[in-house]
Design a protein around this ligand. Sequence first.
Ligand SMILES: O=C(O)c1ccccc1NCC(=O)[C@H](O)[C@H](O)COP(=O)(O)O
Length: 266
Amino acid sequence: MTGRIGRLTEIDFDRVPGVLGRIVRERAGDYAGADAAAGPARARALRFHAALTGADLALIAEVKRASPSEGAIAPLNPAQAAQAYQAGGAAAISVLTEPRHFDGNREALRAVVGSVTVPVLRKDFVVHPAMLREAADWGASAALLMVSVLGEAVGEYLPLAHHLGLDALVEVHDEAELDLALAAGAEIIGVNNRDLTTLHIDLSVSPRLIRRARDAGFAGVLVAESGYRTPADLASVRGLADAVLVGTSLAGSGDLARAARELMAR
Ligand SMILES: O=C(O)c1ccccc1NCC(=O)[C@H](O)[C@H](O)COP(=O)(O)O
């Protein structure tokens, strides 16, 4: 299939509140006028999906040099950080590519893809189809789609990601967003414990929404995201989630392989 896969609904980013709203409006400005054509279909390897299934609780370790919550975290070399995470048992690597608040960029993603054998997630605030095309061009296996940002349009971005050969981590933070992700046909759902409008973290959000997804008959992959610092923090999602996504506590640890190993130890 070539060209556009249908015309995408225009999204009103002014409706997104707080810190998240500011970031997505900046990203929308960055991509204003970018080419929205999907281009040819690419084969789906489903590597990210496969990496998160089968294990007791898989780790997606994040290359995160800065954030709105913390400011500067650590001046990581992305390739070295990713190699350390892989050595520490990570099943996949998440790389932030947002430049203003997370000190991310394309080079970081490409360097990570070239230095590890595990699949790589492009973690950014996807507001334009070109961002998915870039993710595929740069070698990512998956991209993040946030229901809080895309709203019902997540149902259009999801097939576009798949058309480009990408898995999609569809992120939610409350019941309404989860119901939208399920209706859109998400195969991998991430539940973020962090309220991205206020930056408040509540570790009870993931177990609550993961139970709701399973009760609704969801048979796909469920990922608990944000705020995990100690093995004890993970107790509430062991046996429920397929994977956890961890950034700050690992990135700021000084010994990334050891921190990954110790966090996941039972
Ligand atoms: O981390 C932030 O401060 C943040 C602020 C605004 C939007 C997104 C933000 N983080 C994105 C993430 O979801 C996390 O990087 C990821 O889940 C890892 O979280 P953590 O382990 O708490 O760093």
